[in-house]
Design a protein around this ligand. Structure first.
Ligand SMILES: NC(=O)c1ccc[n+]([C@@H]2O[C@H](COP(=O)([O-])OP(=O)(O)OC[C@H]3O[C@@H](n4cnc5c(N)ncnc54)[C@H](OP(=O)(O)O)[C@@H]3O)[C@@H](O)[C@H]2O)c1
Length: 344
């Protein structure tokens, strides 16, 4: 594993965006031992001031010289920016952790969720952060995969608008005001109204398979993270009128039957997971509870009795999970990867 210096110099590409702003907050909250932090964005934002703990950073325009003297570069911009500048950062000697989809399926680039496959970081100088829906799914299910093994996952997502970045959140606020005023809803960013509505994830739909790109990512990335090319994954990805935190309805078919006690014991010990499953109150995972937090909330664990069973042991199980996609689904996961690369 390429060990970072104890106090690395850090650059954040896309520091003004939804993930970049969260990245700055998380570095400050966790006391990440950065010697310095350089905030980079497009020319448009050069000179903008961003809060970083008790200080402020001045945003610089990204350019070929941005990575001189940088040990660690978090990329929180588009795939195009990552494809152009991640090699520049690596050549300048920085370890790059990229939030975009540019390198995720490159066989030479590890795709990491630290609780699941930190061992795969190896000596890579470029590491990919998985898709937000995938991170939340594998974090929720990894303990079950380890304890029993998973044959098949059917998952439906309920994805927050900020998953599409700061413009998605601005559109939700704009259309909420339009709806409150009784005006006609006029989407400018999403293809359909993101209030009073749910719609198929806005990434392109493959005319041949009918699958959208987000669904394809969940299949391919889950298989890569778990090193399980045989894993069956059937996702349906949907955008919902929620500002922040993705929820997922999950049905798993296990490799062997298990009891509720087996699965609850596995989940109770799972790093990055908090069980929220109060049938009495009742209270289950919700975006309002997951927002701003680090854990993936898991609940509504119940047997799928449409599948074979052996007494109380079932092959099929259902659960509902929810995680802050700007934190565990992006910035926090990237910082956790970097923390694994610090000495000691
Ligand atoms: N949002 C999520 O929940 C989430 C989750 C997982 C992964 N991701 C991925 O993380 C990345 C960032 O997403 P986001 O949601 O934060 O998007 P965003 O809110 O739209 O922010 C995009 C950032 O990229 C910067 N940028 C744009 N063009 C640039 C250029 N030519 N050079 C340098 N910087 C440039 C923007 O700077 P300006 O302010 O100057 O335009 C801004 O800081 C994307 O690849 C996304 O797919 C997002």
């Amino acid at each position: 594993m390429p060990t970072l210096p104890a106090n690395p110099t850090v650059a954040i590409v896309g520091a003004t965006g939804a993930v970049g702003v969260e990245m700055l907050a998380i570095l400050a909250q966790r006391g990440f031992p950065a010697a310095s932090v350089r905030a980079l964005a497009s020319e448009r934002s050069a000179g903008t001031r961003l809060p970083f703990g008790p200080e402020e950073l001045t945003v610089e325009a990204l350019g070929p010289g941005s990575f001189e003297g940088i040990d660690l570069a978090f990329f929180c911009a588009s795939g195009a920016v990552a494809r152009e500048y991640a090699p520049v950062a690596v050549d300048a000697g920085a370890v790059v952790i990229d939030n975009s989809s540019a390198y995720r399926m490159d066989p030479a680039v590890p795709l990491i969720v630290p609780e699941v496959n930190a061992h795969a970081i190896g000596d890579a100088g470029l590491i990919a952060n998985p898709n937000c829906s995938t991170i939340i799914l594998v974090t929720a299910l990894d303990a079950i995969e380890r304890a029993v093994g998973i044959e098949r996952i059917v998952v439906s997502t309920y994805q927050a608008v900020s998953g599409a970045g700061a413009p998605g959140l601005e559109e939700l606020e704009r259309l909420t005001a339009q709806a409150a005023a009784g005006a006609e809803l006029a989407p400018e960013f999403f293809p359909f109204p993101c209030v009073h509505n749910v719609f198929c994830h806005e990434t392109p739909t493959d005319p041949a398979t009918g699958r959208n790109v987000e669904e394809q990512k969940m299949i391919e990335e889950a298989r890569k993270i778990w090193s399980r090319p045989d894993l069956k994954v059937a996702p349906t990805c949907v955008r919902v009128p929620v500002p922040r935190a993705h929820a997922e309805s999950v049905n798993v078919t296990l490799r062997a039957s298990a009891t509720e006690a087996d699965l609850r014991a596995a989940l109770a010990d799972a790093a990055g997971v908090r069980i929220v499953d109060d049938r009495t109150t009742p209270r289950f995972p919700m975006p309002v509870d997951a927002s701003g937090g680090d854990d993936v909330l898991v609940g509504r664990l119940r047997p799928d009795d449409s599948q074979p069973s052996d007494g109380p042991a079932f092959i099929g199980w259902e659960l509902f999970c929810c995680g802050d996609q700007l934190r565990k689904g992006a910035a926090l996961n990237a910082v956790q990867i970097a923390e694994r690369m610090l000495p000691g």
